[in-house]
Design a protein around this ligand. Sequence first.
Ligand code: NI
Length: 136
Amino acid sequence: MNTEATHQPADPIALTDALGSFDALWSPRIVTRVNDYDVRVAKVAGEHIWHVHADTDEFFQVIDGELTIGLREEGGERSVVLPAGSVFVVPRGTEHRPSSAHGASILLFEPTGTSTVGDRHDPVPAHVDATTGHQL
Ligand code: NI
């Protein structure tokens, strides 16, 4: 578990300011924490990798742009498309691959320490940051 900065910021945070403070793609920043969960924001474009979180669900909210999430389920593979303002939860144990053809800003809510590439994943290319989140 990451024990750095387990506090919450003392003042409100504008998500637009948070998103404006960095440029890296697929490299989430931790905005605040709720009990043992992180609230993270990320900028994304292009494809992430197929990966799975064995022990946790993963919450996505699209702030700007459009996100597609590929899902490999028992019945086969499908994609869900999330326009701005949409939320979706990838259930634990479901292999998934986020992507965004034209770019998006997203908010993630997941247990502190959750890796962006999950517990099992395809080889990690240079454009994907394998991280448990960076401080703003
Ligand atoms: Ni994931």
